[in-house]
Ligand binder design. Structure first.
Ligand SMILES: CC(C)(COP(=O)(O)OP(=O)(O)OC[C@H]1O[C@@H](n2cnc3c(N)ncnc32)[C@H](O)[C@@H]1OP(=O)(O)O)[C@@H](O)C(=O)NCCC(=O)NCCS
Length: 186
């Protein structure tokens, strides 16, 4: 079977938002990405503990993403100076159910709380709904990640489920919220 990315992803050059530009993640972005993933003050919010993630694992992940028809990954750049500040992606894309999961990391911490994350989320959501034909996007977020929850809510995501005491962090069990955004009219 030939695995192909969606034509809309193959042909997209850049997704321009108000504050950010999304472009395809490239091999040259991996070193920077690995630094972010290994940073405990960043990876405490992520789906797995990347503290000891290696360059080789990162490269394998990149190749997997490149060849997967169910995942797409973008680099997030600032619109004005084109600084690569993070990555976002759509994962577990189910083309039959028209659903996927959203992942995002702004790894440059001095760019947190300045609207870049919500702008990138709006861009990738719009690409999913309007170019890929996706109608339902879900994500998981830890209870202590109030910044992310606020950013998702600003973009229209709603909490649809609480996984009680699902996540152990610093000796305490925290809830995980499942959040969802459904395309209007879908
Ligand atoms: C989550 C993330 C993508 C959000 O991007 P961002 O650019 O920092 O977020 P934004 O500036 O767009 O929005 C953050 C909002 O949270 C608010 N916020 C921040 N800290 C807060 C707090 N402690 N309590 C309440 N609100 C808070 C901000 O004020 C802002 O809301 P406002 O615009 O109404 O003022 C980014 O911070 C990030 O990548 N964090 C690390 C990795 C991560 O958490 N990924 C998501 C995993 S689910």
């Amino acid at each position: 079977m030939i695995i192909r990315k969606h034509p809309a992803y193959l042909s997209v050059e850049a997704i321009v938002g108000d504050r950010t530009v999304l472009r395809k993640l490239e091999e040259g972005d991996l070193q920077r990405t690995l630094k972010w993933l290994r940073d405990p003050s960043v990876n405490k919010f992520l789906s797995q503990d990347f503290s000891s993630f290696t360059q080789e694992q990162e490269f394998q992940w990149f190749n997997f993403m490149k060849n997967s028809c169910r995942d797409i990954v973008f680099a997030i750049e600032t619109k004005d100076e084109h600084i690569h500040i993070g990555n976002c992606g759509l994962h577990k894309i189910n083309w039959i159910q028209k659903s996927c999961e959203l992942g995002i990391v702004i790894g440059e911490k001095n760019f947190w709380n300045k609207g870049y994350g919500s702008d990138a989320i709006r861009s990738v959501v719009s690409f999913a709904f309007n170019r890929l034909g996706i109608s339902r996007i879900r994500l998981n977020v830890y209870q202590y990640n109030v910044r992310a929850i606020r950013a998702y809510e600003k973009c229209g995501f709603k909490k649809i489920k609480t996984l009680k005491n699902d996540h152990l962090y610093e000796g305490k069990y925290w809830d995980t919220f499942v959040m969802e955004l459904v395309k209007p009219g879908a």
